[in-house]
Design a protein around this ligand. Structure first.
Ligand SMILES: *Cc1c(COP(=O)(O)O)cnc(C)c1O
Length: 485
């Protein structure tokens, strides 16, 4: 048991009868709840004074690890720095005091931001138009699939009920297809980790609505066969969907619209530097190629005679109002602060950083797929398997050295997967420091494996039993009340 006062749970700091608030005298009388809706017993709530509550949560917030604390190479998540200027703009009262239901005339500036972000995303991806309404990447996928369904329905092509998803896809792809009421068909990867065109061919037919592709894919590899895949998919009457959550390495290098994709989403909370982690706040704008604009959801911001208007005439709706506006502001600020010149360096620098780490470590960590990667790559654990030190042990030991662990045991194609994504933001010094620590851990694994196997040693909580936690999860706090009376 940790003796530090503020490592305790708020329930453990509770003193019966203690209050952190006072309410004015009730002058309005009471509304009595019907008997069946009343509690049988009082709720077990912590009773603390205000200052104890403030200290408790302030001290706990210091236990968080974010990109502002240290290097955060979490593969597939693009944990890039959220520049301070984004926050400054998002906190401007001119924006924070807006109400989503106020008239178009009274919020032309905000509509201009939305419109111009739609335009900027279209220019960066090669799409014709965007909606900013979806609230996450997965929500964008669902919106994109709804658009594809609407397109097929508008042509009375109702038999297209299947979506092809590669075996390396992010789990949200099949999930979104299922939520959209579509059937999922898996296409296999080749030994090089790319979509297998020969496996794809027999799957294509009149019942296919779309293929969902991620490029670079979840292994960080560029899908080289996309022109041929696009040609085959279009020839069978289906559409190409691009999962652009991993757009980062493409910025400045190439555009999904030019590769033949018809519908796509991007995650503003990855490529466009808005905060994420812990489930939000997200934004997953969806873009469509020319000819599909009418299928974008309502409401949609448009420009008519120099004024910004909100078009409500489209038929799909995916969320209230115009999306996550605070996040839209941050992403637009990020794009403007980079400008046309520097936005083009994002992809190349992210790619360079990933390849540098990979090359510097591949003599001690197992590299299952050699060659150039994009913004991320996968190691299959330590090269020397005789030490018994696993990817989990290495990840835990990294915490002792002040680094966030990479993504581990994903993708599922490798048993000891360790997926590293440095992003373009990190300096060479930071990256060299990370490389040195991973080399040191490899040496520890050889000389003193127990130190790695028992890590972490310096964090507030040491190694937890994750098998026990998965098999017997304790999801609610059980109060240990000692009734002394
Ligand atoms: C992150 C990610 C998603 C899901 O995005 P959310 O905003 O978490 O819903 C989908 N696909 C890929 C490839 C991703 O990396």
């Amino acid at each position: 048991m940790n003796s530090k006062l503020y490592d305790k749970l708020i329930f453990e700091l509770s003193h019966p009868g203690c209050q952190g608030f006072s309410l004015p005298k009730n002058e309005f009388g009471h509304y009595t709840l019907p008997e069946e809706q009343r509690r049988q017993e009082d709720a077990q709530l912590p009773e603390c004074d205000e200052l104890t509550v403030v200290r408790h949560y302030t001290n706990h917030s210091g236990n968080n690890f974010g990109v502002n604390n240290g290097f955060y190479p979490l593969g597939s998540c693009t944990m890039k720095y959220n520049p301070c200027i984004n926050e400054e703009v998002a906190q401007m009262p001119a924006f924070t005091a807006l109400h989503p239901a106020q008239s178009e005339e009274s919020c032309q500036g905000a509509l201009e931001v939305s419109y111009k972000l739609q335009q900027a995303l279209a220019a960066l991806t090669g799409m014709a138009d965007f909606t900013l309404n979806p609230f996450a990447g997965a929500h964008g996928e669902l919106t994109g699939l709804m658009i594809i369904r609407s397109y097929h329905q508008s042509r009375n092509d109702e038999k297209r009920v299947k979506v092809i998803v590669p075996d390396s896809a992010h789990g949200t792809n099949p999930a979104s297809a299922a939520v959209c009421g579509l059937e999922i068909v898996e296409v296999k990867s080749t030994t090089e980790g790319l979509v297998d065109v020969e496996d794809l061919k027999p799957l294509l037919g009149e019942d296919v609505a779309a293929i969902m592709m991620t490029n670079p894919n979840t292994l960080g590899l560029f899908e080289k066969e996309i022109p041929e895949i696009a040609q085959l998919v279009h020839a069978c009457g289906a559409l190409m969907y691009y999962d652009g959550a991993n757009l980062n390495p493409m910025l400045g290098a190439c555009r999904p619209g030019d590769m033949g994709f018809d519908v796509m989403h991007v995650n503003l909370h990855k490529t466009f530097s808005t905060p994420h982690g812990g489930g939000g706040p997200g934004s997953g704008p969806v873009g469509v190629r020319k000819g599909l604009e009418a299928f974008l959801p309502s409401p949609h911001v448009e420009q008519v005679d120099g004024r910004y208007v909100v078009d409500h005439s489209h038929f799909n709706h995916v969320g209230a109002y115009l999306g996550n506006f605070g996040i839209i502001l941050r992403a637009y600020t990020y794009i403007l602060s980079l400008g046309k010149t520097y936005v083009k360096q994002v992809g190349p620098l992210a790619t360079l950083n990933a390849n540098y780490i990979k090359e510097c470590l591949k003599d001690v960590y197992e590299l299952p797929i050699a060659g150039l990667c994009k913004h991320e790559f996968v190691f299959d654990g330590l090269k020397d398997k005789s030490t018994g030190v696993t990817t989990m042990d290495v990840a835990k030991r990294l915490l002792d050295y002040g680094y966030h662990a990479p993504t581990i045991y994903f993708p599922l194609l490798f048993h000891q997967a360790m997926m590293i994504e440095p992003t373009e933001n990190e300096s060479k010094q930071t990256i060299d420091g990370f490389i040195a620590v991973l080399r040191k851990i490899a040496e520890e694994a050889r000389l003193t494996p127990e130190v790695v196997k028992e890590a972490p040693h310096n964090t507030p909580i040491s190694r937890v039993d994750d098998v026990l936690a998965a098999k017997h999860p304790i999801l609610t706090y059980k109060q240990l009340v000692h009734d002394d009376n």
